[in-house]
Ligand binder design. Structure first.
Ligand code: PLP
Length: 355
């Protein structure tokens, strides 16, 4: 009888919320779809694609469009099949089996998953009670564990909080480990280290097209690092990791800077509106709802009775993400926000929060 090995045996496939919910605010996606004109241009470009050929291994066009969009050099960029692929690549290649990698708690749960698949020791450093990052503690733990890699998101998914650039800089400078800084949500904040990435010999920054750019379906992520690290990343990635269609569409959308800045403005406005409405609800129900100040496109909440509220929202057709005693709500369209808020308020007024 064939036995699965131990590291695989206990795993179960990732299952997003199943079932039909008219309002989906559970995956931090953009609520905007691409404008009609751009869709037509994409249609024409796709119809001309060389389907019989392997894709460009270095994804030249989309790399250039990405680099131009963020004002950096294309020679510092490695493209991945979503930043997820790059996360897996980094944990499986930048560490030898059994070496230590440091993650923060709470943070993006995939870090731990990829670490354990890569058979590395995943050491965790708790955040403060208020969910902010204590950089001195991170440095201390990294040294204590002899960590070879430190991986965290900034701004953070799920907490929505940001660590100021100064503090990130201090962390990168104080450790010998490779720091992988996941800036998936940095389009929504202004503390990126992207412009200075070359000043560090031990920093890899991850960005994605899945959030602010609204291209989650394409699976396009980017690692940005100095030339030496970039050469290593390009050497370890599988050659045809990003398909031609994603490369083509990604390049077209990244060149539409006006569209991108319009979309970002819409998402930020939605986020601010949601934040303000939840602040009022928190004021109406003192002690029953904590609302974190968001630097992202979602709001992180600590309500009394998260489980009951989560179920109540599903019954009302609204899917959000529940993480233990917390809820995470993506900023949606005005209509989606309205439906969420209406259902959420009703649950509070019916006393479901206190359960
Ligand atoms: C959404 C998200 C990503 C992006 O993943 P892709 O694979 O590029 O879609 C990466 N990191 C964090 C923390 C995220 O929330």
């Amino acid at each position: 009888m064939y036995e699965l090995n131990e590291k695989v045996r206990s795993l179960t496939p990732y299952e997003p919320i199943s079932g039909k919910y008219p309002v989906r605010l559970d995956a931090n996606e953009s609520f905007l779809s691409l404008p009609e004109e751009l869709r037509e241009e994409i249609g024409r470009a796709v119809s001309r694609a060389a389907f019989q050929r392997y894709p460009d291994p270095l994804a030249g066009k989309v790399t250039e469009a990405f680099a131009d969009f963020y004002g950096i050099s294309p020679s510092l960029v490695t493209v991945g099949n979503g930043s997820d692929e790059l996360l897996y690549l980094l944990t499986s290649t930048m560490l030898m089996r059994g070496e230590s990698m440091l993650v923060l708690e709470p943070d993006f749960s995939m870090y731990r998953f990829y670490g354990s698949l890569s058979e590395v020791e995943v050491v965790s450093c708790p955040k403060r009670e208020d969910l902010t990052i204590d950089v001195d503690e991170v440095i201390r733990r990294a040294k204590e564990a002899n960590a070879r890699l430190i991986l965290f998101s900034n701004p953070c998914n799920p907490t929505s909080l940001g660590l100021p650039r100064q503090e990130v800089r201090r962390l990168v400078r104080s450790v010998e480990a490779l720091v992988v800084l996941d800036e998936a949500y940095m389009d929504f904040w202004d503390q990126s280290l992207l412009p200075q990435v070359e000043e560090y010999e031990n920093l890899v920054i991850l960005r994605t097209c899945s959030k602010a750019l609204g291209l989650a379906s394409l699976r396009l992520g980017f690692a940005v690092a100095n030339r030496r690290l970039t050469a290593a990343l390009r050497a370890v990635k599988s050659p045809y990791n990003v398909n031609s269609l994603s490369q083509t569409v990604g390049a077209l959308v990244l060149r539409e800077k006006e569209w991108a800045s319009y979309a970002l403005g819409q998402i930020l406005a939605s986020r601010d509106e949601l934040q303000a409405a939840l602040d009022s609800l928190a004021a109406e129900f003192p002690g029953q709802l904590q609302v974190y100040r968001s630097c992202t496109n979602f709001i992180f909440l600590k309500p009394a009775g998260a489980a009951g509220l989560f179920e109540g929202l599903l019954e009302a057709g609204v899917a959000v993400r529940r993480m233990g005693e917390f809820l995470r709500v993506t900023a949606g369209s005005q209509e989606e926000n309205r439906r969420f808020l209406e259902a959420f308020r009703s649950l509070f007024r019916e006393g479901r929060a206190a359960e």
